[in-house]
Design a protein around this ligand. Sequence first.
Ligand code: FNR
Length: 381
Amino acid sequence: MIISATTDYREAARRKLPPFLFHYIDGGAYAEHTLRRNVADLADLALRQRILRNVDGLSTETELFGRRLLIPAILAPVGLTGMYARRGEVQAARAAARKGIPFTLSTVSVCPIEEVQKRSPVPIWFQLYVLKDRGFMRNALERAQAAGINTLVFTVDMPTPGARYRDAHSGMSGPHAPLRRYLQALTHPRWAWDVGLRGRPHDLGNISAYRGHPTKLEDYIGWLANNFDPSISWKDLEWIRDVWKGPMIIKGILDPDDARDAVRFGADGIVVSNHGGRQLDGVLSSCRALPPIADAVKGDLKILADSGIRSGLDIARMIALGADAVLLGRAFIYALAANGRAGVENLLDLIEKELRVAMTLTGARTIAEITPESLARATKD
Ligand code: FNR
């Protein structure tokens, strides 16, 4: 078993959340091979210890789209974040702001765009899915820009939802889900008190504001399944390039050819990601997918990476493989579920410390000095 701050928070989240929510966060698609590989392949990458290299004045800062980040990390878009802690999106956005890093608001958040941006001291990022209903997409983009959001994360690896068998087992989906969820809520009173069983906390802020769409969790999975658009192609996205004024990042790339297409499309960044192993089980772990993508497009756009990152050491590993920065998914969600904003702040502090130690002992004084040479040769290929 791996011991880390994230595993401790995971255990705390498991105790606090009703099973349908814990397994929704924790689980992946099908047999969860890719989910496990994301973590295991990263752990297998040995860092190259260097000594007596004078790393005085070490800095974990980096610049991304004109903004200084105190650590090269962003909080990933995670649906239903307001179900794991009261007004969870606001709590996480404030924790991110304290650490000087962006928070990304999911399309399927509980708190609406306007509320999260208003209560965050710095601009958040907004994530949009490709949905059949272009009116919904246009409306969401307009709302995000009107709220003052500049950076768009456009998630393209969900033309259809992956089969998540854990959700069927746990009561998240399936015909008996509402009853099972209700019974679980009764046996998890801390969570039920924190988030509430009925009413406002279950509204899906960004969706419910749009007429004709469901407002309650009951309809969420069905609505998404009906609205994801398998007919989408690069050409269909051009209108978004025109509508969106700020940086646009394409999330869900695993192949160098797709990364080159993203450059041709005019994207400002990509996220090398397999959606945390939640989509197509059996695809490459993202740390294995990253090096050839970096070879293909490094310097043409910003390369972000996620899936499996659980520590500051993992951040160093991803940067050594060619990422400019990473997204944290489950790592921050476990901490949020366990202890709200304070949990996320603590987790980010621990991750920063871990990154500092990794940089010190690999002899990197700056993020730019973390290179493929920071990995031990035996594990590089
Ligand atoms: C996600 N992810 C996700 N991605 C996205 O673009 N929009 C979304 O609404 C969601 N929702 C979501 C819910 C939950 C519970 C999880 C765990 C993940 C994917 C997320 O942004 C990110 O790619 C992964 O979480 C990264 O993998 P790790 O770090 O969780 O292993």
